[in-house]
Every structure is written in C-alpha cells, then in structure tokens.
Design a protein around this ligand. Structure first.
Ligand code: ADP
Ligand code: GLC
Length: 492
C-alpha cells in the first residue's frame, strides 16, 4: 500500500527533446506541438522539460543565461552548455548552447539559400547525445527524467545512445513526418561515437547508410505518431518510406495519437491578430475579417464571393500543384484564393505567377508570417489542404476552430479530424468539412464545388461553420493518452 501511495504522488518526469518550439523557432507543426503538448502534460501533473538547440533566434529570446551544465568531453562533439529558460507558456526549457553548431543566420535545418547545413549529422547528433546523457546516470543535473520523449529524426539517435549507456531511462520516439529521415554516409557513425556493432539491419543502418530515424524506430521502447490513421498508413509500402517493414514488426509498440491545438494561441475570441474577434455565438466578426483580408491582399472586396485559403510549406507533400491546376477554374465559380507559404522555388514562382494572372481574385504571399496565417484562418470562408500525405496536419484543426471549414484530401490525420459534409452528417452535427479521395485535380475541384454550393445556401453553411467551431480540438484528451503511454512504457 505504501509503495502505491509513493507511485501515485511521485511526479512523472519527462524530457521532451525537439529541434523546434513555437514561438521561438518554427518551420512547421512540430514547433506548435513542442510548445502545446508539454504545457498540456504539465497541466495534468507531468513534469515535462523541453530540450531545444540554442539557435541564434532562441538564444536571443533568453532573458538571462543561467548555466545548468557543461559538456566538455562528449566524444568528438564540440564543447557545449545547457542553459535554463522558460517558455512563454511556463514550460521549463533546457537550451543546448553550442555556438559553432547552432548560432547561424538561416533556418534550423537549412541555410538561407535552402541547402541543408553540411554538418547536420553533428548538429543533431549532439542534440540526440545530450538528451541521452540527461536520461542516464551520467547526467550532472539534479533533475532526472523517468523517460525521454524524442521527436522525429533530429532526436532519433537518442534511443540508440540510451541503449548503449549506463543507467539509462526508456525512450519513446514520436514520428511527425516519416518522409524526413536524417540519412548520412556510413562514415558518420565514427564521428557520432556509436559502436560499429549497431551498423546493421538490427540497428541504425538503412540501405547502407546511417539513418537517424531508423535508429529511433529500432531502439525506442515505444513509437508514437500523430494520428491513428497515419499509424496504420506507415505500415504499408505506399506511405512507409521504406520503414514499413520495421514499423509492422513493431506494431504492438506503435500508438497513433491525434494532435490537438493550443487554444490559447488559436482562438478567434482572443486572437490579437484579427481585425475583429468572434466566436461561435457571435459570428458577425468573421465577415469583418474577410473584408480586412481582401483589402490587405488587394483582392476585390466582395462579401458574397467565397474566399479560399491555403497556408503551407511549398513542398510536393502538400499538393499545391493540384490547387494551381484548378485555380483558373476556381475564379470562374467565382471563388477567390489566397496562398501563404514558402519552400520550393518553382512552387513559389507558380503561385506568384497565378496571382499576377488573376489580380483581384488570387493572391500569393511568399514567406513565413504568423500574423497573416491567423488572418487567413479567420478571414477565409474555407481552407484548402490537398496534401498527398499528412501525418496529422494542424491547419485543418485551426480552420475548424475559426469556423472556416477545411477541404482536404482523405489521408493521414486529415481522415481522423475532418468529417465529410453530407446531408446526414450535417443533420447529425458531425460534418466538419469536405474530403476527397484520389489525388487528382478534378477530385479536389469537385470537393471545392460541393463546398461552394453549400456556401450559397447560407443557412446550412452557418450550421456547418458552427459545427466546426464547437468541436473539442484542444490537447487535453491526447495529453492523457501520452501520459498513459509513458506509464505503460515505465511498467506502472
Ligand atoms: P507541417 O508541419 O507538415 O508543415 P502542419 O499543418 O502540421 O504541417 O503545421 C504547419 C504549421 O506551420 C502551422 O502552424 C501553419 O500555420 C504554419 N505555417 C506553415 N507555413 C507557414 C507560413 N508560410 N507562414 C506562417 N505559418 C506557416
Ligand atoms: C509534421 C507533419 C504534420 C504534423 C506535424 C506536427 O510536420 O507533416 O502533418 O501535423 O508534424 O505533428
């Protein structure tokens, strides 16, 4: 009995190792998750601390630099320090300071020209290594985690390092996107100080190279991914990116948990970026945001023309090509379109070209803008997400919260989070957007056409928007599921 009481009262301690965290450093949804999930876990009594590299942007936002530990002799890695910080939402941060590796102009993974940093293996090898040190008896910190929660390939080596370390705690690896794998030449193994014995099929080797992600998938005690449907898809060849065999073998250790949203950041009733705040019971403000957005982007100010929004990394994954293919036909519906994103140069040019061909009807903003992304979620009438694959996706969740029904390809987490609008689902209150199957421009067009038809029936359209807005999209229930996974891994 006494032991049970001790277990109940002992706080579960989790080190959350990640390569990005909003708002300090963000290239995509991982940053949003790394900010909101730890906060949600702390709210249910889990002591989570976040380990993140000290990129220039991160160090610049640390008010004071309190040194918690130094690492002078971690194999061939350059000397590094651990600084303490606190995120705006109160989550404690452990910032890995190593100026030679992280303090540069450019993004976390690429330089300003879009080329991967040549020393990424070392940069994320160090991040992985330090996470493992903190989860082993080598750690000099007073705070010792019960478990390390790794995220994507950038921390994929942590489970491998933990496997070979003394007094180490278990780890889980969360897959946010299986397409990014951190693959490097085999010679990198020596530089990273992993034993030669792990370079094989039962280890870190992947088709003759060293794969950070494979290392994590092989050595982690448990694997999670960001939606139940994606957990199934990645065990199949089509979306397994070569890892399907290993994932199928590890099926019993694989859990899909749907991402939630940070309702403090994404809430039309409190959003500081909006021209007018609104809620499901006071929807009039949404129209004001639409007019403001049309004005801002130089679109014709027309309240009755549906405005479609897209916010995305411009990569093949996101299916922008399909939308551009049908963009001219959309203007004839008529519908307006705004695209916000950055990424592959050709896609950026194609989006801009389309906006020049259809002034007043199509707008493209190339770049990363947090403010504009909130204004699009609020000001657009519908949100377009034609992703070829999508582990979870966050924008379709944000758009529902803003009463902007999403039109999505039925894949990954989009299947788990959007219920197609039909007469029945509209009636029973479950409808929350429009889905299409079959990755083809005409299928996307047909789904948008259905959305526009319903938009013309404003009474039913408002029912759909309200359905979306009253959905529970927060992190609470998924945080409970992560906690249950942690406890299961720890055998508690
Ligand atoms: P992914 O992580 O694959 O890019 P998600 O939908 O999970 O996709 O998350 C993308 C996140 O990045 C969202 O918060 C989205 O608003 C944001 N985002 C993507 N591109 C931009 C951009 N150009 N400007 C502002 N925010 C962006
Ligand atoms: C990835 C995925 C996206 C997911 C995000 C956060 O970047 O592409 O679908 O929502 O991670 O988990």
């Amino acid at each position: 009995m006494k032991i049970n009481i001790k277990f109940e009262s002992a706080k579960l301690k989790v080190l959350f190792a990640t390569s990005e965290i909003a708002p300090l450093i963000k290239t995509g949804g991982l940053a949003d998750v790394s900010s909101a999930l730890p906060a949600a876990l702390r709210a249910i009594g889990v002591d989570v601390r976040v380990l993140v590299p000290g990129y220039r942007q991160v160090i610049a936002q640390l008010p004071e630099q309190k040194v918690l530990a130094t690492f002078d002799a971690l194999a061939d890695f350059p000397a590094a320090r651990l600084l303490s910080g606190t995120a705006a939402n109160g989550v404690p941060l452990l910032v890995l300071d190593c100026p030679g590796l992280y303090q540069r102009d450019g993004g976390p993974y690429q330089d300003a020209a879009g080329n991967d940093w040549a020393d990424n293996a070392l940069r994320f090898g160090l991040l992985s290594k330090v996470a493992a040190v903190l989860g082993s008896s080598e750690s000099a910190l007073d705070w010792h985690p019960d478990l390390v929660h790794c995220n994507d390939w950038q921390t994929g080596l942590t489970p491998a390092y933990l496997h070979f370390a003394h007094g180490s705690v278990p780890s889980i690896l969360a897959i946010h996107n299986l397409a990014f794998q951190g693959v490097f030449p085999p010679a990198t193994l020596g530089q990273l100080h992993l034993p030669l014995s792990c370079f094989g099929i039962n280890g870190v080797e992947f088709y003759g190279s060293l794969s950070f992600l494979k290392a994590g998938l092989f050595y982690a005690d448990h694997i999670t991914t960001v939606s139940p449907n994606y957990a199934k898809e990645i065990q199949q060849e089509a979306l397994g990116f070569g890892m399907q065999g290993l994932l199928a073998i590890r099926n019993n250790d694989l859990t899909g948990i749907l991402n939630g949203i940070d309702t403090g950041e994404w809430n039309p009733a409190t959003d500081k970026y909006l021209a007018k705040k609104y809620s499901s019971t006071r929807m009039t403000g949404k129209a004001i945001n639409k007019t403001a957005l049309q004005n801002l982007l130089g679109l014709n100010v027309a309240s009755d023309v549906p405005l479609l929004g897209l916010i995305s990394r411009f990569t093949h994954q996101k299916g922008l090509d399909l939308l551009l293919e049908i963009a001219p036909s959309l203007t004839e519906l008529p519908a307006q379109l705004v695209m916000l994103g950055s990424g592959e140069t050709k896609m950026q040019e194609a989006a801009q070209d389309m906006s020049h061909r259809y002034p007043g009807m199509i707008a493209a903003h190339i770049g990363f803008s947090e403010a504009l992304s909130h204004r699009i979620e609020a000001g657009a009438d519908m949100f377009i997400m034609p992703s070829r694959f999508e582990p979870c996706g966050l924008n379709q969740l944000y758009s529902q919260c803003y009463g902007t029904p999403p039109v999505v390809h039925a894949t990954g987490g989009l299947v788990d989070s959007v219920v197609d609008c039909t007469a029945e689902t509209l009636k029973d209150g479950t409808a929350s957007g429009f889905t299409f199957s079959g990755m083809a421009a005409e299928n996307l067009f047909a789904a948008i056409q259905r959305a526009v038809d319903l938009y013309r029936d404003q009474r039913n359209w408002k029912v759909l928007c309200k359905n979306c807005m009253v959905k529970d999209l927060g992190w609470e229930s998924s945080a409970e599921t992560y906690k249950a996974v942690y406890l299961k891994v720890l055998g508690r």
